[in-house]
Design a protein around this ligand. Sequence first.
Ligand code: ADP
Length: 661
Amino acid sequence: MKRAKTIKIEEQLEKDLIESKRLFKVVFEHSPAAITITDSQGRIIACNPTAEKMLCTTKRDLFNKPISFLFPAEEWKILRSLSKRCRGKLSNVMTKVLCKDGSLLDVSASTSVLKDSQGKDSGSIGVFYDITREKLAQHQMHESENKLRIILDNSAAAITMTDEKERIISWNSFTEKLFGMNAKDLYMRPVHSLYPPEEWKIIRSLNIRQSGFMHHVESKAIRKDGTVMDVDLSVNILKDEQGKIIGSVGMLQDITESKRAHEMILQAKLAAEEANNAKSVFLAKMSHEVRTPMNAIIGMIDLTLDTPLNEEQKDNLKTAKDAADNLLSLINDILDLSRAQSGKVVIEEIEINVPDIIKNVCKGLMILARNKGVDVVWSIDPVIPRLLIGDPVRLRQVIVNLVNNAIKFTHKGKVTVNAKMKSITEKDCEVVFEVIDSGIGIPPQNLPYIFDVFTDAHNVTSRRYGGTGLGLAICKKIVEMMRGSIEVESQEGQGSVFRFIIIFGFRPDLIANPEVEQKPSSEVEVSSMPEELRHLRILLAEDNIVNQRIVVKVLEKLGWKVTAVNNGQEALNILNNQTFDVILMDDSMPLLSGVEATQIIRREEKQTGQHVPIIAMTANAMVGDREKYLASGMDGYVSKPIDRNLLFQEIVDLVSQRLKN
Ligand code: ADP
């Protein structure tokens, strides 16, 4: 019975052994870890498929090789001494194994000693996990932590981190620098104590804890020494996985300096705007003050030129007229440049006769040149259409300027003006103008600055030859506004060539209608006027007696009856008793200005239902003045000095319109 029981136990043991061997085999074959088994001499007697794969080798290759064969020498040394100390039992030791292809793998190694049935060491078993990926991830994490640290420590912003109770627990080195505090001052400090109480109130009111962040808010912070600085503040709230707030990260930048700079720039800008305004007002005023007497001078010369004179008197008066015209153009230059610089110049697009402008300018300036023994000649490409679209006044201005300069800087020889057509399309016509002189030329070092305003380049010559140094700067601006460009070529002692291109507008129908020319001012004809315009009654309100006389004479020559008064009040008085076909109204007059008088007249007319045409006649010639006068109730506008032709045209237009209505 007992024997039978013993047999049964042995059978059971046998069965268990077989089962355990089978289990071991399954684990051995399928383990994700590499397993090696060595004999008591440390020679490899078995390895599983994972080991083969990991080491890029085969069982056969490894069989009977010493286990040390798998490790780099220095790793093996460490392992052996560890193993001795731990009596062959190692657990998760980081080491490296050598693959067959020579590469190294990071592994975690564990070893156990194997015993035989007598309890003697029969070998050992080694289990290896490939930890290359973990090592790499760890390395990358360290690297990025390091980088972050470097960034934080080198950042020019104070970065602080708080715990859930809003106490500072971590910060970068700039925080200490910015606040003048050390670790002791900062650690566990309530974050609100970095801000003045009123600023903290504002920060609190922004509800950052709800929104989760707040970026670039201007605030103030206090340093350890009590000084307050302007800061740009950003905050991000930190939450755990459940959404519970665990702290916050704040970033502060000192913007005291940039704020001050910004304020200074703002102030400077305001001051510049004020100065610019003052300049505009000054220019408007000056232009008015100078234009008024110029009106008298030019008007009187014109009137006298219309009277019988001998040749010498005529010549003298013409010279005086030239000088007056020049002076007026200087005033216009200054006004022009300031307008062009502030973008207030409007380029007209009307019919323009380019050949005539060139001829007239050259003829006009010839006298000036001949006095110096210099000739002025011109050559105009006959293919340039007689009429184009552009701004005649501005083109004339540029040519006058360049020819004037050419004459001024030439002592012998001649000044030539050329105009050639460069291209023409259905819409545009490109013309190249050249003003060539045989004068003193321009030193090469001055050439790059020749079109600048008031540069040193002009100093020496302008001291000798006179001039404002504005002309070329204005020319350049105007030419550019007319879709063109200007350049200069010059050789000292030989002469200069100023060349500019302008793109004019062109319409084929303009060729068919070439003879639309303005009559010169002395040819205003009364006889061609319709009967109803021949006997106009005109009221002139003008406080300047000389100007009054000129306008009266000009208009009376046309057969019109002119009544002159000295201010707006006198105009109103006379209107109570008499009616007029047109009123010419100066603006700035004593007692009652032209604008005020006009407004009263218009108010009274509301009762009578009448409307007398009123033309503003003023020396205010800034951009926007015409609109200003029309808005005040006037119907027309003529600027001083009065162009007779324009005044005549304006009167005829307005009266004809009234008659039609
Ligand atoms: P300014 O009124 O002083 O003549 P500009 O702007 O017209 O002003 O000219 C500036 C300067 O350019 C002149 O002072 C002179 O030095 C030089 N310049 C202009 N045109 C000529 C020219 N045709 N020949 C020589 N120098 C010239």
